[in-house]
Design a protein around this ligand. Sequence first.
Ligand code: PMT
Length: 404
Amino acid sequence: MGHTAGEDLEGKTVVYGVTGGIAAYKAPLVARGLKALGVDVHAVMTHAALHFVTPLVMRTLTGNEVHVEMFPETMGSSFEIDHISLADRADLFLVAPATADFIAKLACGMADDLLSCSILATRAPVLVCPSMNVNMLQNRVTQENLDRLKQRGFHVLEPTTGELACGWEGAGRLPEPGRIVQEVRMLMSEHDLSGIRVLITSGPTCEDIDPVRFITNRSTGKMGAALVEAACIRGARVKVVSGPVAVDYAPWAEITSVRSAREMLDAVKDCLGEVDVLIMAAAVADYTPHTYSTRKIKKGEKTAHIELTSTPDILATIRPFKESKVFVGFAAETDNLKTYAQDKMVRKGLDMIVANRVGDADSGFASDTNSGVILSPEGVMYDFENMGKDLLAHRILDLVKERL
Ligand code: PMT
């Protein structure tokens, strides 16, 4: 099977350019995050960057010599020309932080230091992460330079907004190291789901009783978020319909937030015409209060009764609109996992069901791992035990791909 979570960039090389802005203090963490994905990282630092972070830190974290000089005094025994060998070796060039000055150099095609010269000589994609004072960023000349880079096919990760080291508030912050690593991962991964449109439901639904109370379940959205991330980095166009959760979904996905099962059904129906695959990882409430009290229900008798009615079954409701789409359901079961899941798959007309054990701390709700079995109408497709949800997400997508 194709993708693995975590080590999918094993054997790839990133040439990592660090230029001289205060955000260079984040560079060691970016390098570390890339190494954790199995990337071979070669740092190139400008002279200005040396004021903010030492080559020793970058060398220790990357495990490779750090390149600074265009014309090093000691050339070693190799006859390699640094800027050409770096340019040829790179599967991707990353510049983070990229100062206004360095962006201007790139936009003009200048090549007066090792980093700009290597970028001019490379055929690899280049990801530029600008970071600077808000006024420098918004200056027309910087914006025009960034536009020129984008038009020429450079990838630009926009800076975030907030308090800047110079004391100003506004746009110009370098995104957090994890976000930069995520963008690199997306750009370097094999886009084997390119052109495929995927709708993923995620998280719990909340069924309101009164303005204070509601019925919900233990879903955190972790399984859904893992599916969203995996589908996005493999190039799919991803829509998410999510109940209330605290997890962050991958930044490339389009998110619709809902609260109740009824709202989730409406949102799924709205998107269904535009997707090839539906993955229902959400834990949809099976019951909702028969009536909603607009006033807080006062404490009274020792026992209280809430009349419940069943919610619409989303999968069953949309079944007539399935056509050639691939429908994947989940089954959350404490016992008789296979039998109950098999029954749900048939009843709901699914191509595949991910039956996961719930009730244990390391599987199902809220955990980072999951255990169970994936079934199709033909039988067992895949058994998984204590598997990370990120890796399981890739396995599910591998199986979906076979059905497309
Ligand atoms: O979010 P996490 O904390 O990471 O937890 C992940 C999870 C345990 C919620 C997830 O892995 C999972 O099992 N999701 C499905 C939970 C569930 O509702 O299972 P079910 O067996 O009750 O429903 C079967 C299928 O029908 C599901 O795909 C469900 O989305 C769908 N359904 C359920 C009820 C309903 N009214 N309409 C539906 O379409």
